[in-house]
Design a protein around this ligand. Sequence first.
Ligand code: SAH
Length: 406
Amino acid sequence: MSFFSTENISVQLAPPVVRAVKKGHPWIFDKGLLKQNKTAQPGDLAILYDQKRKFVGIGLFDPESPIKIRVLHRGKPATLDRAWIEEKLESIFQIRADLINDPETTGYRLVSGENDGFPGLVVDRYEDTLVFKLDTVAWLPHLDQLVAVFQDLVQPQRIVLRLNRTVAAAPSCPAKLKKAGVIYGPDLSGPVIFLENGLKFEAEPIIGQKTGFFLDQRDNRARVGKLSPGKDVLNVFSYTGGFSLYAANAGAKSVTSLDLSRPALDAALNNFQLNAHQPQIAATPHHLICDDAFDALHKLAEEGKKYEVVILDPPSFAKKQVDVSGALNAYERLVSLGLGVLKKGGVLVAASCSSRVPAESFFETVARTAAKAGRPLQVIERTTHAVDHPIGFPEGAYLKCVFGRG
Ligand code: SAH
């Protein structure tokens, strides 16, 4: 019996799309569909064929999105039953085995959407709480089955559902699901506390950014920790202080968290409190600056403030293709402001999470800006995603980060 309780519809694909699907691309847009045997409802299984009626794969139909079908399976015909889903999940959990078995880290991404073969579905774990984040209404009719599988495989205490804005606004989205909330287990009235490399953090799965925390920066935070002993560290776009905690725990001389959001800085303070039993953290002066990063960096430079490690981890500057050149300009301004407060020989850590900005353009912009400022960067390392954020298709690569001495 199929895992998916919805109808099957047959869809004939245009030849270029057949080639793309065979190569592993997970998305099929309207113009790729040549024929379908009936009108599809959200979440119907689309059986994909080429023009010679040869089987190509199986996907989930979303009539309300520009991405009409998200491919779940390709190759030989198969029944997408409960055993199929379980096997697929077990294999992606295997990739994360080191994290899953690490008692010091209880917050990570279990399922990373298209990159893990589950298009439109992200599942993050924070201690005993799972967060399902959906980018398509096509998973909504299958929520009960998904909850049951995760209950069996992961035994969470609770599951929170979050929908992206388009899904929440979609006509087929049931009113009771439009607002993020608990769909399984006890209610949640505050943050969930979890561990990352032995440090305690709070995450707000219902109201926080992303699913409550920026799990994708875990490895970069650890790298910052290694660079921080004895240093004055400035964490720009700090959110809840992830990089700051690692720096303090490693014995930074001082740490400054800078963010526009007061609640994010309050959470950073809470995170320092949660770890106050760690002697290095208790001993590190932690300063907060609640301001626009561009303005604040300008002011700090005017005051002659200097830091030995400066982290720039801004939000995505390019949501659409037309934003890319504006985003590169913003990175340029930011790097130049960051260098203005970086002590000579200090380390600049510059990250970009804009998927539309190619890694090479970002790295080139950072390097060119530094050279222009008379501070050519000696690159220590260029990094991408952590193991629980694999890159499964070109659009899945969004995070890039450069560590450079300037
Ligand atoms: N480095 C963080 C994640 C950063 S997310 C971590 O490791 O968890 C981006 C952050 O930038 C958000 O907290 C947001 O509040 C903040 N932000 C957005 N625009 C800003 C601006 N103009 N000035 C300062 N902070 C800003």
